[in-house]
Design a protein around this ligand. Structure first.
Ligand code: ADP
Length: 188
């Protein structure tokens, strides 16, 4: 089983690329953001806790997303591997992921990191707010909270994976096709 992480700030294009990668490499795409939005739409207990945090631009508790990931791994044994999008987002999540994979005799194969500037994050998310009806995209204070959460809690993961030697950067400010071509080179 292969385990890939698609890493980057909000608005970097992870969701768009993840769909292309999953189709071309027979991977199961797991987006914690999408899983959380599904829980919210279904009005589950987890969804109700997540809703306020997400709509304020904060991260949800680590245990919540770890549980969702664990559950998805167990449900899908038929795929060649998994492509994680939006997870891990904190050091605690990354450590827990390593522990889960180690128990199976597996490991994170590669981390593909999409690099974009904060100003591009802002532009892309504001644009997306008009296309998708996401409350967390619609207000600049919330977008700034998300950018701050990224720099404080998620960015330290770059050194975490760099130290493991499986971290690869991809310039995210190119066309969708160009970014995908760079990703393919890393995965082939
Ligand atoms: P984006 O990449 O644009 O931030 P996502 O769909 O990946 O969008 O995530 C939306 C929101 O869901 C995040 O802002 C956060 O509140 C929550 N979320 C998603 N994944 C995680 C995670 N791994 N840990 C904590 N919160 C998460």
């Amino acid at each position: 089983m292969k385990y890939y992480i698609l890493f980057g700030p909000p608005g970097a294009g992870k969701g768009t690329q993840a769909k292309l990668i999953a189709e071309n490499f027979n991977l199961m795409h797991i987006s914690t953001g999408e899983l959380l939005r599904k829980e919210i739409a279904e009005g589950t207990e987890l969804g109700m806790v997540a809703k306020h945090l997400i709509e304020d631009g904060h991260l949800v508790p680590d245990e919540m997303v770890i549980g969702m990931i664990q559950h998805t791994f167990e449900q899908h044994k038929e795929v060649d591997g998994f492509l994680l999008d939006g997870f891990p987002r904190t050091i605690a999540q990354a450590e827990k992921l390593d522990e889960m994979l180690m128990q199976k005799g597996e490991q994170v194969n590669k981390v593909l990191s999409l690099i974009i500037k904060d100003s591009t994050i802002f532009e892309r998310i504001s644009l997306r707010a008009k296309l998708e009806d996401r409350k967390d995209d619609a207000n600049s204070t919330i977008i700034l909270n998300r950018i701050e959460a990224y720099h404080k809690k998620t960015e330290p993961l770059i050194d975490y994976y760099r130290n493991k030697g499986n971290y690869f950067e991809i310039q995210g400010e190119q066309s969708i096709e160009e970014v995908f071509a760079c990703i393919c080179k890393e995965l082939e």
